[in-house]
Write a protein that binds this ligand. Structure first.
Ligand SMILES: [Zn+2]
Length: 618
């Protein structure tokens, strides 16, 4: 009996403990998971609609619209809420196959059953209008308004860039983005992404059991308004840009035109170019693939990324450096001694100005020798190290050997070798002027970017300084400017030495024996310098110029790849046309214009975009 009683007692105890445990567990479950339950409950009644702001517009320097937005619709799905869907009817209405439906649905479910996923992107206004009034039948689906970039004219692709969908890296790096968002991928779209994108808002909507939005939740208490993206007011001259692209259309190369006094980029062309509208919308992926597989590399921005040997144009910077450190005087003459380095036939240069005009190689050989071996040290190797260090410092002041801080991504730095470079290559105290003399005429180890060459033209035009080349004048409703784009970078070289360079470059275009006569524009004092960038195939034709001579308004660098005949043949006349177009508004020399627009230098083979032979040494 007593045993029976104690057994019953134990049973009661177990029952009590069990009930207690169940309560505790239940309580815990509610405590821990209640927020999820609430969220789930919310999901069924509320919809958080992201309010996408309009991306900032882009204008040219004269207020011409370059980039704007067009409204499109993204069809979104919340898998958990899809119910009673007539799949066949749905597919027929929105115009997709059953396979696509399954694939998209699986993708959405994999991401989340409860959170909205992008089901179909960039539905045009017209397409959406076709099934808009059927949407109430598709429980779990809704549309979200988005905008697409539209490029007013098919120009300036390399400047404007493009936007693309965010990837996992973007999502990790910046919590602002959600899957399906767009982000600037190149050009100004990338550099100014944070200004252009604005700020998303959210609208909480109540949804009834028929998937209809029945109004704002709690009078918009939890809503936030989107903030529109800032507009960019660029420095580009759309007319000049378009004209330059027309001239370069059947060529490979690039054009960079800058207003010297301000550093404002007027035109920046990389040829071949492409229509920026190709990289918008649903065809973007296929077009991108096509462009990136193109042997002519249209996505490659030669103006900022290509690195070429500077050729003879470099002599201008050499002359200024040699004058400023006292290695030569304005009236120093050197014989055209072809035994030291090759040259063309011309009378000996009796001054720096003549040397620039005639582009005499031996002259710059002797000049560079005096810069590198100044006699500062007794030991020739130590002396060369001293000279090279000083020379390099001057080259950096010209903006060479470093990335210019332009407001575009992916800029190359070019190459100005230092002592460490030559020590690595030849060994310490085992190199001197005789080893590195080809730098004197813009060959050897030196590499420059076309942008740097246009900047060199600005420095001469300004008689000694430059302002960082840039593409955005100001942005946003308050016309905000970047202070860095107002600062002068001084070379520290005397202005009267630059006057010599200016006159030398004037002679190149105007004096007998000058190599750039084809850049001449009637009525405008064009100053320029021809160059040839050595290449494994046919050399590249290069011309750097500015105009007018006094108070210059435009500086231009033109590269035409694999165009035999040096800078004078192709790049000089093209520069002349660009200058005429910009300064006169219209090119009057129609015959010259036609000739260079139609003509294409023979370009059959894939071309080298980077000069690799010397660079490998690094
Ligand atoms: Zn010579």
């Amino acid at each position: 009996m007593s045993k029976q009683y104690s057994d019953r007692n134990l049973g009661v105890k177990i029952l009590f403990i069990s009930v207690g445990v169940i309560f505790v567990v239940r309580l815990l479950v509610l405590q821990i998971f209640s927020s999820e339950y609430r969220e789930l409950a919310d999901m069924q009644a509320l919809r958080h609609r992201t309010q996408y702001p309009a991306r900032g517009l882009v204008y040219d320097r004269n207020g011409k619209l370059l980039v704007y937005n067009e409204i499109v619709y993204d069809l979104m799905v919340i898998p958990r809420m899809v119910a009673g869907l007539d799949t066949a009817y749905f597919c027929q209405q929105v115009g997709i196959s059953r396979e696509d439906f399954i694939a998209q649905m699986d993708k959405a479910k994999k991401y989340s059953h409860y959170a909205p996923s992008l089901f179909m992107k960039q539905v045009t206004k017209a397409e959406y209008a076709r099934w808009q009034n059927q949407l109430y039948r598709f429980k779990g689906f809704y549309v979200q308004q988005r905008t697409l970039r539209i490029y007013e004219k098919p120009i300036a692709a390399h400047v404007l860039g493009y936007v693309g969908e965010v990837n996992d890296n973007d999502l990790q790096r910046d919590s602002y983005y959600q899957r399906g968002d767009y982000i600037g991928r190149s050009g100004l779209e990338k550099s100014y992404e944070e200004l252009l994108r604005g700020r998303k808002g959210v609208k909480v909507m109540q949804v009834d059991v028929h998937n209809r939005e029945i109004g704002s939740y709690q009078d918009g208490k939890f809503d936030s308004l989107p903030v529109e993206g800032s507009n960019l007011y660029t420095t580009l001259d759309a007319d000049l840009q378009e004209y330059a692209e027309k001239i370069m259309a059947n060529k490979r190369g690039c054009v960079v035109a800058i207003e010297p006094a301000t550093g404002e980029v007027l035109a920046l062309v990389s040829a071949p170019a492409y229509d920026p509208n190709l990289l918008v919308g649903n065809a973007r992926g296929a077009n991108y693939k096509k462009l990136s597989n193109d042997i002519a590399k249209p996505l490659f921005n030669r103006a900022l990324q290509a690195q070429y040997p500077p050729g003879s144009i470099f002599k201008v910077a050499q002359a200024m450096t040699a004058l400023n450190i006292g290695a030569v005087t304005p009236s120093t003459g050197f014989p055209c001694d072809k035994s030291v380095i090759g040259c063309h036939n011309h009378p000996a240069a009796r001054s720096v100005q003549e040397a620039i005009k005639m582009s005499c190689n031996p002259y710059f050989y002797f000049t560079y020798k005096r810069v590198i071996q100044q006699g500062h040290e007794k030991n020739i190797y130590k002396d060369s190290q001293y000279g090279l260090t000083m020379w390099r410092d001057y080259m950096l002041r010209f903006g060479f050997g470093q990335r210019l801080d332009i407001d575009l991504p992916n800029v190359s730095s070019g190459m100005i070798p230092d002592t460490a470079y030559y020590n690595r290559w030849y060994g310490k105290d085992r190199w001197a002027f005789s080893t590195i003399y080809s730098n004197s005429i813009g060959q050897g180890e030196v590499l420059v970017v076309p942008l740097q060459m246009a900047n060199l033209a600005c420095i001469v035009a300004n008689r000694g300084y430059y302002i960082t080349p840039h593409l955005v004048r100001f942005h946003g409703p308050d016309s905000t400017r970047n202070d860095a784009f107002c600062q002068r970078h001084e070379t520290g070289i005397r202005k009267d030495y630059f006057d010599i360079a200016v006159h030398g470059m004037y002679d190149v275009v105007h004096a007998p024996g000058g190599t750039g006569h084809r850049a001449d524009v009637p009525g405008i004092d064009v100053c320029g310098k021809t160059g040839t960038a050595e290449n494994k195939g046919a050399d590249h034709s290069v011309f750097v110029s500015f105009a007018p001579m006094d108070n210059p308004r435009i500086a231009v660098a033109v590269y035409v790849e694999n165009a035999a005949g040096g800078g004078g043949t192709w790049a000089a006349p093209i520069s002349g046309l660009l200058i005429e177009k910009y300064l006169k508004g219209e090119v009057q020399r129609k015959d010259v214009e036609r000739q260079y627009m139609e003509a294409a230098p023979c370009q059959k083979l894939p071309l080298a975009h980077k000069v690799k032979n010397k660079k490998k040494r690094r």
